[in-house]
Design a protein around this ligand. Structure first.
Ligand SMILES: Cc1cc2nc3c(=O)[nH]c(=O)nc-3n(C[C@H](O)[C@H](O)[C@H](O)COP(=O)(O)O)c2cc1C
Length: 336
């Protein structure tokens, strides 16, 4: 019998599979289906800064006040009209998930502006969240923003959240930092407990008929896994942050590779949206069978074995590997 337990954000998890933020946590039924399939914890869909902005809330409140007044004037009972802000709804959903699930629930805040919206974290904590994820979904396209100011934005928001809550915090970051290890050191020094590698920016396509930007590609593909895998390999053993692998994990093989690279937990979203919760139980069964076959009794017996720190030859992770790859390709082409 293998032991799949792992630790993440101060939580002892029964296995490393954690569905990441997605609409699957919007209904208690779909969240329970994930728990039944074996999920060890659940990251909720994000509460967006935009949902918390005063102007949006004021507008909604005035619309509802107007509807109540109209209903009352028409002699209707307006008791069922109730103003519920994005925050109210989110808090209700945390409470609903907490009362129906046994697994830990990680609430997610998503925003970029340096205002005090992160103070909502306190309410997420009071509503029962077990930990918080902060996704600073910031597309750094403004030439006036320097690397320092962009990193500073993350640190400022992390510090503000840190000051508001005592819960462990994980930062969901994009791969587009020019000095990722140094940036992650700063996040750790400012109180992050973990990092999610990586946040995925949605990418719009172009419609050649209408000459306009077309639908975004919401779901990822399996090849996206390689990016997180490399960085987890490079970071394992070199940071005190727990490492959550995210992006392109579709199968048990993908999950095992993330663990071999050094991940503490493995996230899945697109695979679960595409194939349903059954994909999670299949993944769990696959990891278990592989560990039994290889006679690994615990995750720590093989975690990080193919990280840069531990593997015998890790040149493939670095520039050296790139040069060799191109050399070999050129030689092969000449031989052909
Ligand atoms: C439909 C959909 C909704 C998502 N909603 C959120 C969200 O609310 N907050 C967030 O941080 N990430 C959100 N994500 C991103 C996922 O959590 C995940 O980071 C991304 O899909 C990459 O992982 P995957 O390859 O396993 O899908 C969403 C992704 C999808 C496809």
């Amino acid at each position: 019998m293998v032991d799949l337990t792992t630790e993440y954000l101060g939580l002892k998890l029964k296995n490393p599979l954690v569905p990441s933020a997605s609409p699957l946590s919007r209904s208690v039924e779909s969240a329970r289906a994930l728990e039944d399939a074996g999920a060890a914890a659940l990251v909720m869909y994000s509460l967006f800064e935009e949902d918390l902005r005063g102007d949006a809330m004021d507008m909604e409140r005035s619309l509802i006040d107007h509807a109540i007044a109209q209903a009352a004037a028409a002699g209707m009972n307006a008791q069922h009209f109730r103003y519920r802000s994005g925050l109210d709804l989110y808090l209700e959903q945390i409470a609903a998930l907490k009362s129906s699930l046994e697994i830990p629930v990680i609430a997610s805040l998503n925003g970029v502006d340096m205002t005090d919206w992160v103070a909502a974290g306190r309410q997420l904590e009071q509503a029962g969240a077990d930990a918080l994820e902060l996704n600073v979904y910031y597309i750094a396209a403004d030439a006036a923003q320097t690397p320092e100011s962009i990193e500073g934005r993350f640190i400022y928001l992390l510090n503000s959240l840190r000051a508001a809550v005592s819960l462990p915090i994980t930062m969901k970051v994009s791969p587009y930092f020019c000095a990722l290890p140094s940036f992650l050191q700063k996040l750790e020094a400012n109180g992050a407990g973990a990092v999610v590698l990586f946040n995925r920016f949605f990418q719009p396509d172009i419609d050649l008929d209408t000459l306009s930007l077309s639908d975004q590609h919401l779901l990822s593909g399996p090849s996206e896994r390689l990016l997180a895998m490399r960085w987890i390999s490079l970071l394992y053993g070199r940071t005190g942050l727990k490492l959550a692998a995210s992006g392109g994990v579709f199968t048990w093989q993908d999950s095992v590779k993330m663990l071999l690279s050094g991940a503490d937990v493995v996230h899945m979203t697109s695979a679960l949206l595409q194939y349903g919760p059954g994909r999670l139980s299949e993944t769990l069964a696959g990891i278990t069978a592989w560990m039994e076959e290889k006679q690994f009794a615990t995750l720590d017996a093989f975690r990080g074995r193919l990280s840069q720190q531990a593997a015998a030859d890790t040149s493939a992770l670095t520039r050296e590997g790139y040069v060799m790859l191109l050399d070999n390709y050129a030689t092969r082409s000449e031989d052909a």
